[in-house]
Write a protein that binds this ligand. Structure first.
Ligand SMILES: [Fe+2]
Length: 162
C-alpha cells in the first residue's frame, strides 16, 4: 500500500496538484487494501452489499463502506477505493490513477520493465495506459477460464469507445 501511495504521490506531483489533493491521492493508496486480508465470507457477512461480488473484489467496496461510516465524504476517493479491483466507467481521475498504480507499483516482480514504461506514461496518457492494463487483466481472466464481471466489461468499453 505504501508503494501504491508513493506512485500516486509521484503522479500528483507530475500533475501539479495542490497539497490537499495530493494528500487525498496518497490516502487512496494507503487505504484501498485496508481489508484485503479479511476472508471474503467474513466480508460478505459484515458488509452484505458486497456478498454478490466475487470474493477477490469484496475488499474494495467493504473498505469504502467503512471509510464512509468513519465520515469520509470524498465521492471520487470512495469510488476509487470501492472499484479498484473491478474498474468503473464512472472513475474520476483518482479512480483511474489508483487502478493503474495498483497494477504498476514497482514491487510487482513480473514484467517490471513494461510496468516502469507504463508508469512513466501515466501523466501524459493515462487513458491509453489504463486500456493496456485492463486488456492485460481481462486477458488473464479469460486465459484462466474465469468469468468477467459486467462492471469490468463496462469499464473496458468506456476506455475504448470512440
Ligand atoms: Fe486490492
Amino acid at each position: 500500500m505504501a508503494r501504491v501511495a508513493d506512485v500516486l504521490d509521484r503522479w500528483a506531483a507530475d500533475f501539479g496538484f495542490s497539497e490537499r489533493r495530493t494528500i487525498a491521492w496518497r490516502a487512496a493508496g494507503h487505504l484501498h487494501d485496508a481489508l484485503r486480508d479479511a476472508p471474503p465470507p467474513e466480508l460478505a457477512m459484515r458488509f452484505p452489499r458486497t456478498a454478490s461480488l466475487p470474493g477477490r473484489a469484496r475488499h474494495g467496496p467493504a473498505a469504502a463502506i467503512l471509510l464512509r461510516r468513519e465520515g469520509l465524504d470524498d465521492a471520487e476517493l470512495l469510488r476509487a477505493v470501492r472499484w479498484h479491483t473491478l474498474g468503473s466507467r464512472k472513475f474520476g481521475l483518482l479512480g483511474k490513477a489508483l487502478y493503474a498504480a495498483d497494477f504498476l507499483e514497482p514491487g510487482r516482480p513480473a514484467r517490471s520493465r513494461w510496468r516502469a514504461e507504463l508508469r512513466a506514461r501515466v501523466p501524459a496518457e493515462i487513458d491509453l495506459v489504463l486500456a493496456e492494463i485492463a486488456a492485460s487483466r481481462i486477458d488473464y481472466l479469460l486465459r484462466a477460464g474465469r468469468p468477467l464481471q459486467p462492471r469490468t466489461i463496462r469499464f473496458w468499453n468506456s476506455l475504448v469507445a470512440g
